[in-house]
Structures are given as structure tokens and as C-alpha cells.
Ligand binder design. Sequence first.
Ligand code: ZN
Length: 96
Amino acid sequence: MLLITCPWCGERDQTEFHCHGEAFIARPANALDMTDEEWGDYVFFRKNVKGIHYERWSHDHGCGRWFIAVRNTATDEFLGFYKPGEEIPAFELEGA
Ligand SMILES: [Zn+2]
């Protein structure tokens, strides 16, 4: 069982949450000027890192709010949970 900490509700079972993928992906300001290939890259391609990953999550079966989680994808260890707008520290892997 994986436990996730909602910044508002506290620690809950993972089944209450939904992961929406990589965080901090800005919508292009010039979308109408983009080629189909550029648009496809924006819509479909993500970093898919092995290591520290900043993710958007929602507490669907709880308060319904969105937040940012920082997770090590290699170990599934969560390093922190943050409300939108909160300052998020830069994490680094030990030995990296
Ligand atoms: Zn919540």
C-alpha cells in the first residue's frame, strides 16, 4: 500500500488519488503558429525521468484539490507534497 499526503487532508491511501503526470508544463503562447509536429511534442511527449520527478496530483476521493508531489521514480519514494503556489525546494538524488 502506498501512502500519499494530501497537503490539506493528511496521509491517505493511494486509491484516493489520481496522478496527472509531469508538473510545470506551460501551454505554448503561440499555439496557432506551431507546426503539427511541435504541437504533438507539447501534447504527447514528457521527460519520463528515472529519479526526481515533479508531478500533478488530485485528491479525487477526498477534498478534490490539486497539489504537487515530488517523487523518486526509481524507488517510488515521495519526497514532498505542496499546495499550488507554495515554494518547492529543488531536490537532488544522493550520489548524482
Ligand atoms: Zn485532500
